[in-house]
Design a protein around this ligand. Sequence first.
Ligand SMILES: *[C@@H]1O[C@H](CO)[C@@H](O)[C@H](O)[C@H]1NC(C)=O
Ligand SMILES: *[C@@H]1O[C@H](CO)[C@@H](O)[C@H](O)[C@H]1NC(C)=O
Ligand SMILES: *[C@@H]1O[C@H](CO)[C@@H](O)[C@H](O)[C@H]1NC(C)=O
Ligand SMILES: *[C@@H]1O[C@H](CO)[C@@H](O)[C@H](O)[C@H]1NC(C)=O
Ligand SMILES: *[C@@H]1O[C@H](CO)[C@@H](O)[C@H](O)[C@H]1NC(C)=O
Ligand SMILES: *[C@@H]1O[C@H](CO)[C@@H](O)[C@H](O)[C@H]1NC(C)=O
Length: 436
Amino acid sequence: MFMLIIHVIAIVLALTISQQHRLIAASIVIPVNKHTDIVKPLYTALAHFNTSSYLYYSHQNDVPSSLPQNLLILDLDAPFIWHYSYPPQESCDSCPYPVTCEESSCTDLRTTFSYQSLSPSTPCPPSTNSSLYEGYSNCEVCPVNIINPVRPVTGSCDQVIITHYEIMFPLTNGEVYITYLTAGSAHPWNTDRFPAKVFGVIALSSSPYALPAYLRDPVRKVTALCLPSSLSAPGALFLGAGPYYLPPPRSHVDVRSFLSYVNLRKHPIFFGYFIGVEAIVIKNRSISVPENVTAKISTLDPYTTLRTDVYNGVVRRFLKVTKRIPRAKAVQPFGVCFNVSSGGNGTKVSGVKVANIDLMLEGGKKWSISTANSMKQVTDDVACLAVVDGGPMSEHAIVVGAYQLEDNFLVFDLENGRFGFSSSLLRRQTSCSSFK
Ligand SMILES: *[C@@H]1O[C@H](CO)[C@@H](O)[C@H](O)[C@H]1NC(C)=O
Ligand SMILES: *[C@@H]1O[C@H](CO)[C@@H](O)[C@H](O)[C@H]1NC(C)=O
Ligand SMILES: *[C@@H]1O[C@H](CO)[C@@H](O)[C@H](O)[C@H]1NC(C)=O
Ligand SMILES: *[C@@H]1O[C@H](CO)[C@@H](O)[C@H](O)[C@H]1NC(C)=O
Ligand SMILES: *[C@@H]1O[C@H](CO)[C@@H](O)[C@H](O)[C@H]1NC(C)=O
Ligand SMILES: *[C@@H]1O[C@H](CO)[C@@H](O)[C@H](O)[C@H]1NC(C)=O
C-alpha cells in the first residue's frame, strides 16, 4: 500500500490577522488573471503544480521557483475541481492515490454532483463501474465526466479520474495550511482544449466537492472574488471570511465595510450562486421583471445575459435615457451600440457616462451597474451596452456575467447563506487590481 500523496494546487497566500485577535481570522489570497482567449474572456487563478511528478511537498514557506506556474479557470458552478496532469502511477510511491469505484464519493460524483446532472442533455457517455481509464482495470479507479467550460458546445466532454489530494497553502508567516480533497485529473495531452498555461478548473460552487466545502478552521467556508478589468494587473480570490484589507496606503480599510448582503437562493439542480431580483431600475423607472426572478452569478458568461422579455425591457429603457448619444451599428454579440466619437473629437467610453442599471434585490438592497460595467468599448468610436440577449427560452432569466463583476468585490458566504457585493470599487477610488 502506498503512502498518501500530496499535491499542491494553489498558492500564494497571506494570512490576515485581525489586530486584536491574533490568528482568529485567516484568509488565503490567490491572484486572479484576466485573459482574452480566442473563444471568450476568461478569469483564472494562479496555481503551482508540477504536471509530471505531481508530488509537491515542501517545508518551505514559499513556493519554490522551480515549480511551474499553472492557471486554473475560476468556475462558480462546477461540481468539483479537476485538472490535466499525469494521473497517478503505481510505480510512484509519493503520488496522489485514486478513488476507487467502491468509495461513496465515486457514486456521488457520477450522480448527484456530476456535470451530467447539471446538464442532462450533454452527449457524454454515462460513466459506470465498467468505465475504463487507460492503464487501469475496472473499478480500480473512478472515471467521471467533465465538461470543458472553454468549449461548452463542441468537443467539451472528457473523462477524469477522481483522486485524493492534499493541498497545501504555505502561509507567509511560515505556517502551512493543509486541507484534503478529491479532485479529478486527466492526461495532460488533452490540454490543447485550453488556452496556453491553463490546466484545469477551480470549482468555487456550493457543491460538497468544490473548494469552499473543504475549507476549515481557521479558514472559513467563504469565498471572496474581485475580478480585474485589466489584462496586466491581477485581481484577487480570497478564501476565508476576511477581513479583506485594502493595500497601503489604505490598509486600515476593510472592504467588508463597503458591502451589502442578501440571501443566497438554493437552486434545485445547480450548485452555483443565485440571488433574487425584484426589479431592474434605470433612472427612476422600474423595468418589469417576472415576479420574484432569480439571477445567477457567472464568471464564465462574459456578459450579462437576459432572457428576451427582460432584455427588451432593459434595452427600451436604456435607449430612452441615452437618446443624446448617437447610435452605431450593432457589433456582435451586442444589440445596442453607440458612436462615442462625439463629432470626431475622440471621446472614448471613459468620457461617456450613462445612467446606472440598478438591480433591486431583497430588502431594498441595490446593486448598481455603472458605466464601467455596463458599456464596453469595441472600437475606437463605438461602445456597446455589454448585455446579451439570451433568447426567449434561456434557462435563467438573468445571468450576471463577468464583465459586470469586474472591479466589484463579491463575497459568497456559504456559512451564512448570503451574498455580499460592493458595486463598483471605482467609486471608492480603488479597483480589484489594487490587491497586489
Ligand atoms: C517536476 O518535478 C520533478 C522533480 O522535482 C522534476 O524532475 C521535473 O522536471 C518537474 N517537471 C516539470 C514539468 O517541471
Ligand atoms: C460499483 O461498484 C461498487 C463496489 O463493487 C458498488 O458499491 C457500487 O454500487 C457499484 N456502482 C454501480 C453504479 O454499479
Ligand atoms: C427620482 O424620483 C424622485 C422622486 O420621485 C425625484 O425626487 C428624483 O429627482 C428622481 N431622480 C431622477 C434621476 O429622475
Ligand atoms: C420568492 O422566491 C423565494 C424562493 O424561490 C421564496 O422563498 C419567496 O417566498 C418568494 N417571494 C415572493 C414574494 O414570492
Ligand atoms: C461616428 O461619428 C463620426 C462623426 O459623426 C463619424 O465620422 C464616424 O464615421 C461615426 N462612426 C461610426 C462607426 O458610426
Ligand atoms: C476637442 O478636444 C480638444 C482637446 O481635448 C478641445 O480643446 C476642444 O475644445 C474639443 N472640441 C470640441 C468641439 O469639443
